[in-house]
Design a protein around this ligand. Structure first.
Ligand SMILES: C[S@@+](CC[C@H](N)C(=O)[O-])C[C@H]1O[C@@H](n2cnc3c(N)ncnc32)[C@H](O)[C@@H]1O
Length: 399
C-alpha cells in the first residue's frame, strides 16, 4: 500500500500546479466547437499570436531551399505564410483551414500570391500524392489524439515528394501523466456537454514529444528531428523527412521469400503498415522493423539464408548461369542501416533479374549477414558494394 501512495505523489508532480489549477478553475466551462472558437476570435487573433512572430520566420527558414510548392494545414489567417512569402515570394501554397473567416483574412493579406485556399477539415481533405516539396503546420494539431494525428501524418507523408519534409511547431505535454490527464479531462467534458467524438472542440490534448515523434514515424516518416524549442521547452519545432527510394513490396519479397500476394494480404490484414503512393506500396523502416519482429515472419526468415544456399546447391533452375555469395561483416548499428539502404538502393536501381537475397543484422554480435543468388555479374556487382563498404569501414576504424 505504501508503494502506491509514493507513486500517486510522484504522478501529481509530473503535472504542473498551474495546469491543475487551471483545470480546476475551468472545470464547469462549456467546451467550444473548433470553427466557432476561431471564428469568434478572428479580430484579435493576429495580435494574440504576435509573440510568435520570430518563430514563424524560423519555420520558414527551415524549409528546403529549393522548395517551390508547399501545403499548410490549419493555416488560420496565415501568420506562418507571411514569413514563407517573405523568404519565397513565388512559393505556390495550398492552405487548408476549417474557419472561413480566418481564410478570408488570409486571402485579403495575400491576394496577389500564388495561393490556393481550401475551407475544409484536414482529416477529410484530399492532400494528393507526391505533389509538395514540403508541408507545414503551426499550433493546430494539439487538439487531437495520436490516432487522429497519425491519420493526418499519413496523408502528409503521401502528399510530400520523396526527399521532402514536414515541419511542425506545436505544444507538447511535459509528461505522460499530463498527456493522460488532459485527454481524460477532455473526454469528461465532452461527455458532460453531450458532444460526439466526430465534432472538434477547442481543448488542448497535446502528446509528449516522444509520443508525437513515434506517431510521425508510424505514419511513415523515416527521419524525425527536433530543430529546437520556441521559448521554454513546451513547443518544439519538429522536422520529419520523407526519404527517397524507400523499401517496396518487391524488396520485402526478395528479403523474406514471401510472395507478392502474401505480402499484400498481410497489408490488408494490417500486419504490415504501408503507404500506397501512385499505385506503389512503400514501407517505412519503423513499419518494416515491426513486421520483421512478428513471430511468424521471424520464423520464416530464420531458415531463409540456409534455404537460399541449399536451393542454389540443388536444382535451382530459374537462372542457368548463377552465383551465390555469402558475406559476413562486423559493423555497428548505424552502419548496418546505411549498408542495408545502399544495398536496397542498388538492387532497386538495377532491377537485377531473378535475384534473391537475405540480409540480417544481429544487434548482439554486430554481424551483418548477406546471402545473394542471381546472375554472376549481378552478384559480383553487389559483392563489390559490400567490399567497398568493408574498405570504408576499415578506413574509418584506422583513423
Ligand atoms: C491556433 S490556430 C493556428 C493558425 C496558424 N497556423 C497560425 O499559427 O497562426 C489553429 C487553426 O487550426 C484550424 N483547425 C483546427 N482543426 C482543424 C481541422 N480539423 N481542419 C482544418 N483546420 C483546423 C483552426 O480553424 C485554426 O485556424
Amino acid at each position: 500500500m505504501k508503494g502506491m501512495v509514493i507513486r500517486l505523489d510522484k504522478k501529481q508532480e509530473m503535472v504542473p500546479q498551474e495546469l491543475k489549477d487551471w483545470l480546476e478553475e475551468t472545470k464547469d466551462v462549456k467546451l467550444e466547437e473548433m470553427s466557432e472558437f476561431f471564428g469568434a476570435r478572428v479580430e484579435e487573433y493576429e495580435e494574440h499570436m504576435a509573440p510568435w512572430k520570430k518563430y514563424y520566420s524560423w519555420m520558414a527558414k527551415e524549409l528546403p531551399e529549393n522548395a517551390k510548392e508547399i501545403l499548410d494545414i490549419g493555416c488560420g489567417t496565415g501568420l506562418e505564410l507571411d514569413a514563407v512569402f517573405g523568404r519565397f515570394p513565388k512559393m505556390q501554397v495550398t492552405a487548408i483551414d476549417l474557419s472561413e473567416v480566418m481564410l478570408r483574412q488570409l486571402n485579403e493579406k495575400h491576394e496577389n500570391r500564388n495561393l490556393h485556399l481550401i475551407c475544409e477539415d484536414y482529416f477529410t481533405a484530399n492532400f494528393g500524392e507526391e505533389c509538395y516539396d514540403a508541408a507545414i503546420s503551426f499550433e493546430t494539431l494539439h487538439h487531437f489524439t495520436a490516432d487522429k494525428k497519425r491519420e493526418v501524418f499519413q496523408k502528409l507523408y503521401k502528399s510530400i515528394k520523396p526527399g521532402g519534409c514536414y515541419i511542425e511547431c506545436d505544444y507538447i505535454a511535459g509528461s505522460i501523466e499530463e498527456e493522460e490527464l488532459l485527454l481524460s479531462e477532455c473526454k469528461r467534458r465532452r461527455k458532460r456537454d453531450g458532444i460526439p467524438d466526430n465534432i472538434f472542440v477547442h481543448f488542448d490534448i497535446p502528446l509528449t514529444l516522444e509520443h508525437e515523434i513515434k506517431t510521425m514515424e508510424e505514419a511513415g516518416f523515416e527521419k524525425v528531428e527536433v530543430l529546437g524549442y520556441l521559448g521554454e521547452n513546451r513547443t518544439p519545432m519538429i522536422r520529419a523527412w520523407k526519404i527517397e527510394g524507400t523499401v517496396t513490396i518487391l524488396n520485402i519479397s526478395q528479403m523474406t521469400g514471401l510472395t507478392d500476394r502474401t505480402i499484400r494480404n498481410y497489408i490488408k490484414r494490417g500486419l504490415l503498415q504501408g503507404n500506397l503512393i501512385k499505385g506503389v506500396w512503400r514501407f517505412s523502416k519503423a513499419s518494416l522493423e515491426a513486421f520483421f519482429d512478428e513471430k511468424f515472419v521471424k520464423q520464416g526468415l530464420e531458415g531463409k539464408a540456409a534455404i537460399l544456399v541449399e536451393h542454389f546447391l540443388s536444382d535451382w533452375k530459374e537462372i542457368d548461369d548463377s552465383l551465390c555469395s555469402v558475406y559476413k561483416l562486423k559493423i555497428n548499428n548505424d552502419n548496418s542501416q546505411k549498408l542495408c539502404d545502399e544495398l536496397l538502393e542498388k538492387i532497386n536501381a538495377n532491377n537485377y533479374r531473378g535475384m534473391q537475397f537475405y540480409y540480417n543484422f544481429n544487434k548482439k554480435t554486430k554481424i551483418a549477414k548477406f546471402v545473394v543468388t542471381g546472375l554472376p555479374e549481378d552478384v559480383i556487382d553487389i559483392t563489390k558494394l559490400l567490399n567497398t563498404f568493408r574498405k570504408q569501414k576499415l578506413t574509418q576504424n584506422s583513423i
